[in-house]
Design a protein around this ligand. Structure first.
Ligand code: MF3
Ligand code: CO
Length: 256
């Protein structure tokens, strides 16, 4: 069900999303060569709790039989890992890596969701371009995140832009509505037909999240039940914000 948030609910959404915005400003400083993704997650959890947020991904159950409950504050996906990388003591971040961090904060019953891909030190021009294109794709998409358009217009804009840059979008995962639940309707694919899908209306809060692969779109799921990697071993990036639909331009709630 698509939920339209009341004035009061919008205030609560703004409040939790502010935590996520500040969270990434603080976390960025910790993404350095030599740290394990496990230790980075522990720092992330501390940052979020200090800001007054509960890490909503801890204990998250996707509901699919055989997939373990998620146990960490963040997903950390390095290089050819696309999304849902599980923090690990054996995974050490090194110079040149691209590191995608995804997190959800919960406060007063409402969720705020965002992801960033950080570049560690000097990286290749290609990797940098991938990270830039992924972020730009979000902004291309939300040009249509306003009354008068439909969800398919956001999807189409993201998909076409990414294609025009020579990259692929992930087809198996998508953005989503967000509020009292981490994942609400509507689903927001990163490709699709313009003019299709439900109408966009003020009071919707949406997590728009391009996942972009340098090479072919195909992905694999690791045996851990979570980690998604590119099939061809090429790099992947992720960029996500929670936005509020208004009468005019959307408000990006997870950027300061
Ligand atoms: N934050 C992710 C999203 O963008 C969800 C991650 S799944 C979890 O929808 F298990 F880590 F919570
Ligand atoms: Co999301």
């Amino acid at each position: 069900m698509v939920t339209i948030k009341s004035k009061k609910e919008i205030e609560l959404m703004k409040d939790v999303c502010k935590i996520v915005a500040e969270f990434y400003e603080q976390l960025e400083k910790e993404v350095k060569p030599g740290i394990s993704t496990y230790d980075l997650d522990k720092k992330a959890e501390k940052i979020m709790r200090n800001l007054g947020g509960v890490p909503a991904q801890i204990g998250y159950d996707c509901g699919i039989e055989g997939i373990p409950v998620y146990k960490h504050a963040t997903c950390i996906s390095v290089n050819d890992e696309v999304i849902h990388g599980i923090p690990s003591k054996g995974k050490i971040i090194k110079e040149g890596d691209i590191v995608s961090v995804d997190t959800v904060a919960l406060k007063n019953g409402f969720n705020g969701d965002a992801a960033r891909t950080f570049i560690v030190g000097n990286t290749s021009k290609d990797a940098k371009r991938l990270v830039d294109v992924t972020k730009n794709a979000f902004f291309e998409g939300i040009k249509y995140a306003r009354p008068g358009f439909r969800i398919g217009d956001i999807s189409h804009a993201i998909g076409e832009y990414v294609k025009s840059q020579g990259y692929s979008v992930v087809r198996e995962f998508q953005g989503h509505g967000i509020g009292k639940d981490m994942h609400e309707d509507p689903g927001i694919p990163n490709y699709g037909k313009a003019g299709k899908g439900i109408r966009i209306e003020p009071g919707m809060t949406l997590a728009v999240e391009p996942m972009v692969i340098q090479g072919k779109p195909n992905i694999l799921e690791l045996d851990d039940g979570w980690t998604i990697i590119t099939e061809d071993g090429s790099l992947a990036a992720h960029y996500e914000n929670t936005i509020l639909i208004t009468e005019n331009e959307p408000k990006i709630l997870t950027i300061k």
